[in-house]
Design a protein around this ligand. Structure first.
Ligand code: FAD
Length: 451
């Protein structure tokens, strides 16, 4: 009888972990439990289904439980919440009282939408956005709605605002901070995104927390400061918190950022001591930052997949470690892309770092090549060591490769000067200028120490 590996969670982290465990140990019994009806889909696609860029929700589901059974010999049990775990007897209890034994356990229970403690959040017409089921409910509500409020101007809030606007609704975005994308983006880049969204008719109320959500039997308006905003629906895009229900019941150590603290092997600690046979991955954990010393949250699908692989390998008796992260991110906001990596100037100030930034703007293609889109790049370096520690950019196309290129440089501890002279990139006229806007921003950065 093979090792019993149990995975809890069918998001990016859990599905990847189950597959990696199977690849590592062909004899193991791999079972995955999830509360959800749908598995193996990317929540990142929800705004684009609602925007009409993707045909429908079934299109974003990659595989069903039958696929995993037939092709990977993984048993997936949907709509089966795990209610508790007993680490001593290595058992877990399911919602119906069934007890399941494990040899290795992978907790990939993800995150929950943070709902601020204000009045009216449970009124009909108020929606979190996290799962396909949320997406289906939102799509249904959009059919009759004329105006919507999006609470929170992070990237998910903005992607949702675009989707609602393009479906013909009047949209107001309310944000407690004084800029959009407040946690990870600097004001100068954020302002470009806001101006673009405003050009599409989206209205912003910034620097004002939502006071309450109001209505008799259904949402009718939102109060923000002194303003009353009429609406037929509200999208709560107010942030994500690690889902700590099961980790807390096991007494696992929680990092100062409010997620499970793990080792490089993705094992948790209990009162400072490593817990054997349990591994975690995805939005439920904090990890080490590669930009600054200390922990960070990297609640991204791309991170969840890489962590899931490490957790799956280790749970199956292999050995892998998860390194510090920069958390490169990218978002498509209408026809505009915005991306970042490492830390922003705002976060650097929070960490007490003195930084210098270089800027450049230009085209995504050679100036003479038709169809080029505008591109603005900002590079951030530590003033003392000249090491690049962050970047942000906004433009019309192809930001992915550029932000990945800079991320690779940051992970190599490259200075601004080294980036200009040594950090290679590919070129042809339809894909960039011969000196890319990123190179020009790096040259501008180098000049900052000379002035
Ligand atoms: C609208 C939206 C857009 C996004 N866009 C991007 C993007 O463009 N790029 C990007 O990198 N990231 C994006 N993200 C973030 C990304 O989707 C998440 O970081 C990623 O899905 C986290 O994966 P996870 O497996 O850790 O958690 P989740 O996907 O949250 O999965 C957790 C799973 O655990 C299950 N579960 C929890 N508790 C129990 C229990 N007790 N019993 C059984 N099952 C349980 C849940 O049912 C769920 O299946 C987006 C997220 C959203 C919501």
């Amino acid at each position: 009888m093979g090792r019993k590996i149990v995975v809890i969670g069918s998001g990016a982290a859990g599905m990847t972990a189950a597959s990696a465990a199977r690849e590592t140990d062909n004899e193991a019994q791999v079972t995955l439990f999830t509360e959800e009806e749908h598995i193996a889909y990317s929540p990142c696609a929800i705004p684009f289904v609602l925007e009409g860029k993707i045909k429908d929700f079934p299109s974003i589901v990659m595989h069903d439980p039958d696929f995993y059974k037939k092709n990977r010999n993984i048993l997936v049990r949907t709509e089966t919440p795990v209610t508790s775990i007993d680490g001593d007897s290595k058992t877990l209890s399911l919602f119906d009282g069934e007890i399941v034994k494990y040899d290795s356990l992978i907790l990939a229970t993800g995150g929950k939408v943070f709902v601020p403690p204000i009045e009216g959040t449970n009124l009909p017409g108020v929606f979190p956005v996290r799962t396909i089921s949320d997406g289906i409910s939102i799509k249904e509500a959009m059919k009759d709605a004329k105006c919507a409020v999006v609470a929170g101007a992070g990237v998910i809030g903005l992607e949702m605002a675009i989707a609602l606007k393009r479906a013909g609704l009047d949209v107001t975005v309310i944000e407690m901070f004084s800029q959009v994308i407040p946690r990870i983006c600097d004001q100068d880049i954020a302002e470009m995104v806001k101006v673009y969204c405003e050009s599409l008719g989206i209205r912003f109320i910034l620097g004002t927390p939502i006071g309450s959500l109001c209505g008799e039997n259904k949402i009718s308006h939102v109060m923000a400061g002194d303003e009353k905003i009429l609406c037929d629906m509200v999208i709560m895009a107010t942030g994500v918190r690690a889902n700590l229900d099961l980790p807390n019941s096991l007494g696992l150590d929680i990092s100062p950022l409010g997620a499970v603290r793990v080792s490089a092997t993705l094992q948790p600690y209990k009162r400072g001591r490593l817990v054997p046979s349990i591994y975690l991955a995805g939005d439920v954990i904090s990890c080490e930052s590669a930009a600054v010393p200390g922990p960070t949250m990297s609640q991204l699908g791309s991170t969840a997949v890489r962590q899931g692989r490490v957790a799956g390998i280790n749970a199956a008796g292999g050995y892998a470690t998860f390194p510090p992260v920069l958390s490169p991110w990218i978002s498509q906001i209408g026809d505009m892309q915005i991306a970042g990596t490492g830390i922003s100037s705002g976060l650097a100030a929070y960490y007490g770092l003195d930084v210098v930034s270089g800027h450049a703007s230009g085209s995504t293609r050679a100036r003479y090549y038709p169809g080029g889109k505008s591109l603005m790049v900002k590079l951030i370096a530590d003033r003392e060591t000249h090491r690049i520690i962050g970047a942000q950019m906004a433009g019309g196309e192809d930001l992915n490769g550029r932000i990945n290129w800079i991320s690779a440089a940051i992970l190599k501890d490259v200075t601004a000067e080294e980036f200009v002279t040594s950090f290679e990139n590919a070129y042809c006229p339809p894909t960039s200028m011969v000196k890319d806007v990123v190179n020009i921003a790096a040259e501008d950065l180098v000049k900052r120490w000379k002035n």
